[in-house]
Design a protein around this ligand. Sequence first.
Ligand code: FE
Ligand code: FE
Length: 209
Amino acid sequence: MNQYNIPKLQRKLKKELDEDRYRHTLGVMYTSAALAMCYGADLEKAQTAGLLHDCAKCIPNEKKIRLCQKHQIPISRVEQGAPFLLHSKLGAYLARTKYEVEDEEILEAIVWHTTGKPEMSLLEKIVFLADYIEPMRWKASNLEEIRRMAFQNLDRAVYMTLRDTLEYLEKGSGEVDEMTRNAYRYYAKLCGESEAGDAEAFCHVQSEK
Ligand code: FE
Ligand code: FE
């Protein structure tokens, strides 16, 4: 059943994103589809979620905040300081209202694609990972290894992505969303990684800053 008109969504989206973001978006859509094939997820949902995951990304930050306020989307303290994070929640809102996607699974996958969270659904894991490994990406560390792992052990690839994301964010000046740390702890434990202990220590250090 073709519930979503993907070419139509693409045309609409292309007008809202800059060229690089649009290409990234297509990369995430195709990578989500490949992962869905590998793990038996719904192909159409995976493509739709991948395609729309960054639909709010190119809205200027002040406007992101204004739109969230206007539509009663709560803004956390971390998001107030780093409004680009709002593109996830706002993206899910726009996916529902502007792109007419009603499927909760797709909308949730859009909501959690930036921070991740503990106990993600299959679709959430697919979009989270596809965002990190799509072919246009080149800067992140251990990409080659994570790309291979993504098609062998999804949870382990999610764990590796969260680990590297936290490591990267830790070097920067901005705050880290608590949900990313929670997700990291959950997937480290799930994968039997001892680094979970290090993460606790790391979080402790962070909170003392
Ligand atoms: Fe994003
Ligand atoms: Fe993205």
